[in-house]
Design a protein around this ligand. Structure first.
Ligand SMILES: Nc1ncnc2c1ncn2[C@@H]1O[C@H](COP(=O)(O)OP(=O)(O)O)[C@@H](O)[C@H]1O
Ligand SMILES: [Mg+2]
Length: 312
């Protein structure tokens, strides 16, 4: 069991309120995306969830254990990949894993097995004898990830794991997250200021800006909070003005016109239902040659909710 409850968390540094009454719940086995621009309060929130930092207000529960009242039981369930890489630079990858594994209380045969497993899933087996100083940024990230999963945590928390990472390691990290979530039922909290990463990876999303909740929910429920548009391009064997009129009558369609044989449809994603369009084509006996749906991105959602871009 590893669901997470964050209840009314507030945090001040001196007089500055950096987290303002933040609440959410994460279901077991979810991949939860925490997004927001730099300075939003993501790392502060992660530190509070993992018990590294105390909140001024509110509570956190991990798998039913309060991080305040039963910190050891709660911490046993979690693995953290911090934003700042924490490794022993002068040791080899293998020795780092041995060191941190012992820190988690692993020893003997189990320790050896877990080191091997962690090296394999992060693709570092071939490089295990090399000193960390020789590693690229992406490899260091992967090793940091290997460290965080040695004790097979039920909850894996990753704070901006792809910053400064080459594309190959980046893909490795994505695939790894999907795999560990599916095969080990690991609940994941994934923090990023790259909207498109979170969009591809996460089931539920929480958007934070200047310590405040901007939006939370599934991707589609967040999108339905705004009136931003998606668009559809539809090619029919035999299009007609009559058909366009029918399309315009569908729920959630803002506008539709035909241009160079392609029917362009602008939609309000929260209200539009693709099935309605398919049913209409069938009823009108129009054969579909091509259909292309372009969703509005979370980046656009953030812009529409805050008036700001997520990145400069
Ligand atoms: N130890 C600290 N002392 C004072 N201010 C801090 C400290 N840590 C973070 N902050 C401030 O809190 C805010 C949120 O920071 P952070 O949680 O690191 O944001 P993010 O991870 O989203 O970039 C920022 O304004 C930052 O300057
Ligand atoms: Mg941060």
């Amino acid at each position: 069991m590893c669901n997470i409850k964050v209840k009314n968390i507030s945090k001040r540094f001196d007089d500055k309120l950096v987290l303002d009454n933040i609440s959410f719940e994460i279901k077991e086995r979810d991949i939860f995306g925490l997004i927001g621009p730099n300075g939003a309060g993501k790392s502060t929130l992660i530190s509070i969830i993992t018990g590294l930092l105390k909140a001024n207000n509110g509570e956190v529960e991990i798998g039913g254990y309060s991080i305040k009242d039963e910190p050891l039981k709660a911490k046993e369930l979690l693995g953290l990949v911090p934003q700042e890489i924490a490794l022993m630079e002068q040791l080899s990858a293998y020795d780092n894993l041995e060191y941190f594994g012992a820190f988690y209380g692993l020893k003997g045969k189990v320790l050896k097995e877990r080191i091997q497993e962690a090296l394999e899933v992060t693709g570092l087996t071939d490089r295990k004898k090399e000193k960390v100083t020789k590693f690229s940024g992406g490899m260091k990230r992967r090793l940091n990830l290997a460290v965080a999963i040695m004790h097979r945590p039920k909850l894996l928390i990753m704070d901006e794991p792809t910053v400064g990472v080459d594309p190959q390691s980046r893909n490795y990290i994505f695939e790894f997250v999907k795999k560990i979530n599916k095969e080990n039922n690991t609940t994941v909290i994934y923090t990023s200021h790259y909207m498109e990463e979170v969009e591809n990876l996460c089931n539920s999303i929480f958007i934070l800006d200047l310590g405040k909740e901007i939006a939370s929910g599934t991707k589609s429920s967040i999108k339905s909070m705004t009136s931003i548009h998606g668009s559809i391009k539809l090619t029919l064997e035999d299009p007609s003005e009559e058909f366009i009129l029918r399309v315009k009558e569908l729920e959630g369609v803002k506008d539709s016109f035909i241009k160079e044989e392609i029917i362009n449809i602008f939609i309000d994603e929260g209200r539009f239902n693709l099935e309605d369009l398919l049913m209409l084509s069938m009823r009108e006996k129009k054969k579909i040659k091509n259909l292309n749906v372009e969703e509005a991105s979370l980046e656009e959602v953030f812009l529409s909710l805050t008036g700001k871009k997520l990145r400069d």
